[in-house]
Design a protein around this ligand. Structure first.
Ligand code: ADP
Ligand code: ASP
Ligand code: MG
Length: 467
């Protein structure tokens, strides 16, 4: 029996479907996507076919970033070689999916796009220059190429599909490598460029992760940003469900790279999903939930290898078992910064000065704990930490401790069930804890500990709450 016949359509038939890198990794994976989209299309009204968003093929973004690295070193030839290998991989996948004139046209387009990019890489290498703006131009190639292949493969197999250049639809600011969407402008472009095609029964296929400024310069939303793109377009189109198709069955109760068989979380709230994504559940980009909340659109996480599994449903009222914890997350490789006021006690204005320094160097802090004379924070992005420390030492003693991690327990029930916290602390009795903090929302408690202790801590917590 073809499992795709059992694809979990539930009721929503007006959906946006995002397929991640592993779901479009090769021709076989793309064929699975084709079958899933075909089944969804069959259950959709004629004027509301699914809209499809795809990531770059697995590992392609990493290779493009590597290309950027060698370009910065002035190694234009190496950059060109990396791009040639990527072009060949894309052509091989295209050849496994598409035939005849459509294939020839697709290959011509891919060759032209890669040739133009190779010229740019050589020019950047000659100048030993790789600005954030150039970086975005370079890495956008992954989503451009994969989306072109998927759109052509759909059309070639009889799905009425049309490729839409996401850079013309997703309008962002000019914060290259971490651009933010302009929702009004993006929704206007969606109405203009996507909605009419959809109304005419066509499956629009767009690359995730990429956009452009109002002036048309290519931008990206940051690593893992295709989920966010899908949620943005989904909110503009007012779909009934935003589907994130990936390589696991849904949101798991713990990171499967740390806990060997974590339990599946069938449903959870938007707020819980945000906390989990922010604190390391890579299956969902942390910003994905924002557009979903704005239009109250449920998000579903599904497995493209096992479409018959119902996955995880994230919604405003999603709830786990009564009284229980929802899930765990961990963010590894963070640095703890201890800041002690050199004036006596916590002088008035100390916290403000302190956070101004982090703000000036665009260094977000995740966990904060304070005592009378000292403040400890955790930092994930250490790119500008040296500057931060140099500035803090003007008015404080500063000590940094790298190779730490954040483990957090998340659940709406943490508010109402005080025993959950006690059970967590007991489960971690043998793990040295550096900091403990509970946010005002009271749906998450974070523990800061040594990175090396993460496997033990996560497995003990998973045993305690999910076995
Ligand atoms: P995609 O390419 O489909 O966007 P990602 O690699 O970004 O996929 O995210 C899926 C991966 O997220 C999983 O393979 C898994 O290793 C990791 N992951 C981390 N934490 C969780 C979690 N709590 N639940 C599910 N997956 C998780
Ligand atoms: N391809 C991009 C990345 O690898 C975006 C994504 O996959 O969501 O980060
Ligand atoms: Mg992802």
């Amino acid at each position: 029996m073809n499992p795709v016949n059992h694809v979990n359509l539930v009721n929503p038939v007006n959906v946006i479907m995002k397929f991640g890198g592993t779901s479009v990794a090769d021709a076989e994976a793309m064929n699975r996507v084709l079958a899933i989209v075909r089944a969804t299309l069959a259950g959709s009204p004629k004027d509301k076919p699914p809209v499809v968003v795809v990531s770059a093929m697995s590992k392609v973004t990493d290779r493009l970033i590597e290309t950027g690295r060698v370009t910065t070193l002035g190694w234009g030839d190496q950059g060109a070689t990396l791009l040639r290998e990527l072009l060949e991989r894309h052509i091989a996948v295209a050849t496994g999916l598409v035939a005849g004139g459509a294939l020839a046209g697709l290959i011509d387009t891919l060759r032209a796009d890669f040739a133009a990019l190779t010229d740019m890489v050589r020019a950047w290498a000659a100048a030993h220059e790789m600005t954030p703006r150039a970086h975005d131009e370079l890495v956008a190639m992954g989503e451009l190429a994969s989306s072109r292949i998927v759109a052509t493969a759909f059309a070639d197999s009889g799905i009425p599909a049309v490729w839409v250049d996401a850079r013309r639809v997703l309008v962002t600011d000019d914060e290259y490598t971490a651009a933010l969407p302009d929702m009004d402008a993006t929704c206007a472009r969606t109405s203009e460029l996507v909605a009419p095609k959809r109304a005419a029964g066509q499956v629009a296929v767009l690359g995730g992760f990429i956009g452009a400024t109002a002036g048309g310069v290519t931008t990206t939303l940051g690593r893992g940003g295709s989920d966010y793109s899908a949620a943005i377009f989904g909110a503009c189109l007012d779909v009934d469900e935003i589907q994130i198709w990936t390589d696991v069955d849904g949101m798991l109760a713990a990171d499967p790279r740390v806990v060997s068989v974590p339990r599946l979380v069938p449903q959870l709230s938007f707020a819980e999903a945000s906390e989990l994504a922010y604190f390391g559940a890579k299956v969902l980009h942390p910003s994905t939930i924002l557009p979903a909340i704005s239009k109250n659109i449920p998000v579903r996480i599904l497995n493209s290898r096992r479409p018959e599994v119902a996955g995880t449903r994230i919604s405003a009222d999603g709830r786990g078992d009564s009284g229980a914890l929802t899930a765990l997350a961990c963010k590894r490789g963070v640095t703890v910064v201890d800041i002690t006021s050199t004036r006596m006690l916590m002088a008035h204005g100390f916290l403000r000065r302190l956070f101004e320094v982090f703000e000036r160097f665009k260094t977000p802090v995740d966990v904060v704990t304070t005592s009378e004379v000292s403040v400890s924070v955790t930092v994930d992005n250490t790119r500008r930490l040296d500057d931060v420390v140099a500035n803090l030492t003007n008015f404080a003693d500063v000590a940094c401790e790298p190779e730490m991690a954040i483990v957090c327990i998340v659940g709406e029930n943490l508010r109402s069930n005080p025993t959950l916290f006690g059970r967590a602390v007991n489960a971690l009795a043998h793990v040295p804890l550096r900091l403990v903090s509970q946010a005002a929302s009271r749906r998450n408690i974070t523990f800061v500990l040594r990175d090396a202790d993460v496997p033990e801590a996560m497995n003990r917590l998973h045993d305690e709450f999910f076995k």
